[in-house]
Design a binder for this molecule. Sequence first.
Ligand SMILES: [Zn+2]
Length: 356
Amino acid sequence: MPQPVASLSLDLDNKWSYLKTHGDRGWESFPSYLDTVVPRFLDMLGGLGLRITVFIVGQDAALEQNRESLSALAAAGHEIGNHSFHHEPWLHLYSPGQIEGEISAAEDAIFSATGVVPHGFRGPGYSLSPAVIDCLARRGYRYDASTLPTLIGPLARTYYFFTARLSRDQLRQRRRLFGGWKDGLQPIRPYWWQITDDAAAILPSDRRLLEIPVTTLPVFRVPIHFSYLLFLRTFSRVAAWSYWRMAMNVCRLTGVEPSLLLHPLDVLGGDEEPDLSFFPAMKMSGVAKRTFVRELLADFSRRFRVLPLGEHAALLAKRSGLSVRKAIATQRPYTQDEDICPRRPEPALTVEAGRQ
Ligand SMILES: [Zn+2]
């Protein structure tokens, strides 16, 4: 029997982006740990024979100091994806023009650092709107991977805000960070976004985009990704392994092809990045984290044929029977936020992209 398929990705969030979302000072100088984490991932993934998708933030690609690390990822055969330019988890509040500027500026910077034009997208903090989907489809993207259908998003947000120093306006900007309760009910299995200009329109078949959700535990909608397993590991190694094995078995039994994700803090301990101690599992040392994650990845690749998302998307696109959801491009979600989240002038995005 052929091995079932799965996919794996890495959101290459940099130190500055975590400090920025958390409202901490110092992010403006773009502190980076990419020189440390990229070789660690290359070593770990190379040792396991895994090729994955790495979602790169355009701002990092635009900085000379990061280019060697980023080009090494492409040279090692990993797929390069677009993770926005400014990594603002309130991307869904941007106007269509700002979204276009954000996505194209990231494409340009990523191409210039890696020589690769990305065809896959993941929004910062799982931020997504119909206008983002429409923009990706028009720009020829093959898939989006910005949804995390979990019921614990609001709990994670509460925990995050508890440790943050944010103004009222900043809290409002971030009020959908990690998603709301409704996001927990979105599909776990991949589907097509069908883009339309209004709810009643006949849908043109060429305006569609494949969505590959980050897999959560079927039925219970609890995360399976590696940061969550590290969080469980801080309580009990046995509990973390039991949960992992149960989740993988449930995926097999229900025919779900898991698409899991990694983060840089999965290979960095609190002993190495004390500025980010507000994250869960930062009580663990870097060595302990890397050992645990390597063991999990080895088990993952024994159970599944683990692919980069682009290859998983190509297999899915060939299959019939995927469900379809409408994305109404002209509908502006969250418009109630417009007054409290004033947008920057649209040209600023591209100007900033060149200057930073
Ligand atoms: Zn991110």
